[in-house]
Write a protein that binds this ligand. Structure first.
Ligand SMILES: [Zn+2]
Length: 374
């Protein structure tokens, strides 16, 4: 707290000095020429007033929870005993208690966000996206208390890392304003061993942090800030990026190479194989009749659809779709009831951008490559 106040005071003094200097230069420029009466011009006295900085009303600035920094070294992990946060240019990572976070975690998140922006050609903090306050996710903390509730964080992405103490079976999820992660690999060993459902089922925990999950959820956040997509399109692009980001980073980052090697990337089955005749019908139906337990085909279909669009129509395929949806102000809430007319409109957009035969070409491409044929 003291540090923040001191920094603000310093800034206000520097600003005051800058202002004074410009006034001084201004006065010199306009100095009258000396007259024969020799009425000497005297420099005006510089007025300096120290104003008290305004007291911030942002709950973030008066929070008792501290900002922490990591040193970037994977082996130098930190276990949180109290709520705390890590702040970057594009994100703020909000850490629960009892989380063990490796020293390179924030750097990896930054690489993932940069890669998403670069591959999709969109910004994670677009000008069009409004400033946010942190949502109330108190249900995730068991006590009904959310230490970050109401924090004003501008356009930064709120990245929650939570521990599932009860446990309730939380799963990672995301929307345009935030991404929430419940990743067992980040639970401290002490926390893990204190919960029988976890301790007695060690298979639930990988021996690596699955950064493809982070790429998947953060893709939801970044795309959600830029355009509104159908279920197939949104899960598809997130699933595609879950692989594509890790693959792109694997060459320079051994942590990503480990995920690429160890993760099981197999796709599950789909209700009907995809070919030229039914590719558009399936896209329009958006797998809307599947129950929550049957979820999966929209991920596989969508992932292959985006892969096809990138490979056949260029690396700007997503940004083209996104720009078109933005221009037409398309808004679709895929959590609401299925809307066939809206899905048909999405199909029309793809045909307009990539040609009337885009779906039949996609179907043929799937058959040829043996994708979506199980
Ligand atoms: Zn998803």
């Amino acid at each position: 707290m003291k540090k923040i106040k001191w920094m603000k005071r310093t800034v206000s003094m520097v600003l005051a000095m800058a202002c004074s200097t410009s006034v001084l230069l201004c006065a010199c420029d306009k100095a009258p020429e000396q007259t024969t009466e020799d009425t000497a011009w005297t420099m005006p006295e510089i007025q300096t007033t120290e104003t008290e900085p305004a007291v911030s009303k942002n709950p973030k600035d008066i929070s008792p929870y501290k900002a922490i920094t990591l040193d970037g070294v994977r082996e130098h992990s930190v276990t949180t005993e109290e709520f705390c946060y890590i702040e970057g240019d594009k994100y703020i990572i909000l850490l629960d208690r009892d989380i063990t976070i490796p020293g390179d975690f924030a750097a990896n998140i930054e690489q993932i966000l940069d890669e998403i922006e670069s591959q999709l050609g969109i910004s994670s903090i677009p000008d069009t996206y409004p400033d946010c306050v942190v949502n109330n996710n108190s249900s995730y903390y068991g006590t009904g208390f959310n230490p970050w509730d109401g924090w004003e964080i501008g356009k930064k992405i709120a990245i929650f890392i939570v521990a599932d103490r009860e446990p309730k079976g939380y799963i990672s999820c995301a929307d345009a304003s935030e991404a929430l992660f419940c990743e067992y690999e980040l639970f401290s060993d002490e926390l893990w061993d204190s919960i029988p459902e976890f301790r007695d089922n060690p298979w639930r925990r990988n021996d690596y942090i699955d950064y493809s999950n982070f790429a998947h959820e953060l893709t939801h956040t970044v795309t959600g800030r830029n355009c509104s997509l159908s279920h197939i399109m949104t899960e598809g692009i997130a699933d595609y990026m879950g692989y594509s980001v890790v693959k792109a980073l694997a060459d320079k980052n051994p942590v990503m190479a480990e995920v690429l090697k160890k993760k099981n990337w197999d796709e599950g089955p789909i209700p009907e194989t995809v070919h030229a005749e039914n590719a558009e019908t399936i896209f329009v139906a958006d797998y809307n009749t599947l129950s929550m337990a049957e979820r999966g085909p929209e991920y596989y279909y969508g992932k292959r659809l985006w892969q096809f669009l990138f490979e056949e129509y260029g690396s700007d395929a997503f940004s083209k779709v996104c720009a078109k949806l933005q221009a037409d102000q398309v808004t679709y809430d895929y959590y609401s009831a299925y809307d066939e007319a809206a899905m048909k409109k999405y199909a029309e957009y793809l045909k307009e951008l990539f040609g009337d035969d885009v779906f039949s070409r996609f179907g043929n491409w799937c058959v040829k490559n043996n994708y979506l044929q199980r």
